[in-house]
Design a protein around this ligand. Structure first.
Ligand code: F6R
Length: 271
């Protein structure tokens, strides 16, 4: 695992956008796995800014979002499709037909939606880079505590704490779903590379459990310990409970020196 600790959320976004840009430079038709949520907004803003400066293009990119609420009317501003349109897709040259969500419309069988989503990811060649956030309870996607670590895209009931954390995005009279379709942990682990972003003190315990805790269904993000190329990008506050914080910083300085000598890690590790 690569644990990068940076000063603040803006620096984390720069690292994240940098990783996407490096990938698109060597693979313009990359398949990106995308997350929604407050933490990812700064990363998308930085990507839009790089697109406007002609540094990157999404013309051949294919995307798969991690999750989508069940029960919202199509086009609802709280849907994750609307979130992605607002924060990224409307501002770059992506073909909207290349953007995918595990959307389960009224009357759809969630099991079928799940297996079709998995098949679409395989047809696209698999996810090259999966962007992730982390919930206070350690969830990634909407894989809540207790989810199987071998799970695939399926319907999940959200925990009370997740419903509460996301209630800020719904006004009092809005219907707030407690069901969502989400990629599973096995789906996420199949991505060739994962980058998880966490900023703020409220994420520190989940981050500690994910990186240094036991592998456990209690903290779904701990499953990333099994991934060969998992990166965590943390600000100081989110990293504040890590026992091996100093070691991670030292190891990263060593890695940078190695990369200067032997080449960039995308070249070293390939895709
Ligand atoms: C959303 C998702 C979630 C969020 C997580 C953090 O697509 O996958 O796992 O990444 O809940 O959300 P924020 O960044 O709002 O704290």
């Amino acid at each position: 695992m690569e644990v990068l600790i940076v000063e603040n959320a803006a620096a984390a976004a720069m690292v994240g956008a940098g990783r996407v840009a490096e990938l698109l430079a060597i693979k313009p038709n990359a398949v990106l796995g995308l997350a929604t949520g407050s933490t990812s907004i700064a990363v998308y803003q930085e990507l839009v800014s790089r697109y406007r400066r002609n540094h990157i293009s999404f013309a051949n990119v294919v995307t798969f979002n991690l999750d989508e609420y069940v029960g919202l009317i199509s086009g609802s501003p709280q849907s994750y499709r609307s979130f992605m349109d607002r924060e990224l897709f409307d501002h770059v040259d992506i073909c909207i037909e290349n953007t995918h969500f595990p959307a389960c419309h009224p009357g759809d069988n969630p099991r079928l939606v799940g297996s079709e989503y998995e098949a679409k990811i395989i047809d696209a060649g698999g996810i090259d880079l999966q962007i992730l956030g982390i919930g206070r309870n350690g969830h990634i996607g909407f894989n809540e505590p207790g989810s199987s670590l071998s799970s695939r895209t399926r319907i999940k009931t959200l925990t009370e704490s997740t419903v509460h954390d996301n209630s800020r995005l719904f006004s009092e009279n809005d219907f707030q779903p407690h069901l969502a379709m989400t990629m599973g942990i096995a789906t996420i682990l199949e991505a060739r590379r994962t980058v998880l972003f966490a900023t703020g003190k409220h994420k520190a315990a989940a981050v500690r459990d994910a990186i240094e805790g036991p592998l456990s269904a209690r903290c779904q993000a701990s499953a990333l310990q099994l991934h060969e190329r998992a990166t965590f990008v943390l600000d100081e506050a989110a990293a504040s409970l890590l026992e091996y914080k100093d070691y991670y910083q030292w190891a990263n300085a060593e890695n940078e020196a190695l990369m200067r000598e032997f080449g960039h890690f995308y070249e070293l590790q390939g895709f």
